[in-house]
Ligand binder design. Structure first.
Ligand code: KIV
Length: 256
């Protein structure tokens, strides 16, 4: 097998094969996901919550992302590696480019993901013109809201039209992947049908080209609890806890 690239991910969309993606923040979980055949690993700024124990992603720094990306890159043989641009790391074109270079060159990410608004398209274009591969992020952008205002968006025709416009603007600027967070499933399906590039959903229904999950949510060990949109069967079991309890019991039984 060879390392997965953008051409491969695009071929999955064309062939209607689901693109799989999880977050990772360290070499061991990255290796686990890679060994299991995941297509994309994201060093998400969700690390603010699941690693640093904060209430949201807002305190994550470029140095945090570089540190975790370097660790994750050591665990990967085949998966495509994307890292988040944290909040406040792309206020100007110059700042965005210098931080994206740090994350891709020092951290070794293949691509950066950016929670840009439609007004920040010039920043996205500047990165692409300087040979940075970019993943967009539409729908709920956790960097731009607080957790209490999480809600499904794109239910009304007006909102869905504006999300579609945002996605098309990103695609026309040269973005190669887009993450869709907490978008109404009908709207997400419509966007994924219109786009030529893959749409990777989280909390956006099953009709996106790919799905992404925070890896600790899959094991049900996320510090701030599981997000409401995870289906029950996806999130009720706690296999790591069961393994640890079993191990602790056997340790006690073996002490003489
Ligand atoms: O930071 C993150 O983990 C993300 C995913 C929720 C898509 O952006």
């Amino acid at each position: 097998m060879i390392k997965k690239n953008l051409q491969y991910l695009l071929s999955l969309k064309k062939e209607n094969i689901l693109i799989t993606s999880v977050t990772s923040y360290d070499a061991s979980f990255a290796k686990l996901a890679d060994d299991c055949g995941v297509d994309i690993i994201l060093v998400g700024d969700s690390l603010g919550e699941v690693i640093k124990g904060a209430k949201n992603t807002h305190s994550v720094t470029v140095d945090d992302i570089c540190y975790h990306t370097k660790s994750v890159s050591k665990g990967i043989k085949y998966a495509y590696l994307i890292s988040d641009m944290p909040k406040h790391s792309f206020r100007t074109k110059r700042q965005a480019l210098s931080n994206a270079i740090k994350i891709t060159e020092k951290g070794l990410a293949d691509m950066i993901k950016i929670e840009s608004t439609p007004k920040q398209l010039d920043i996205v274009k500047h990165l692409i013109n300087n040979n940075i591969e970019v993943c967009g992020h539409i729908g709920i952008q956790p960097q731009n809201i607080n957790k209490k205002s999480y809600r499904k968006i794109g239910i009304t025709t007006r909102e869905c039209k504006s999300l579609t416009r945002h996605a098309l603007m990103l695609q026309d600027s040269g973005v190669k992947l887009i993450v869709a967070e907490c978008i109404d499933k009908r709207c997400a399906e419509k966007i994924s049908n219109i786009l030529k590039i893959p749409l990777i959903g989280i909390g956006s229904g099953s009709k996106c080209d790919g799905q992404i999950r925070v890896i600790y949510d899959i094991f049900n060990i996320s510090f701030n609890g599981k997000p409401g949109f995870l289906k029950d069967q996806e999130s009720q079991k706690n296999p790591l806890k069961d393994i640890l309890i079993g191990y602790l019991k056997s340790m006690k039984n073996n002490i003489n």
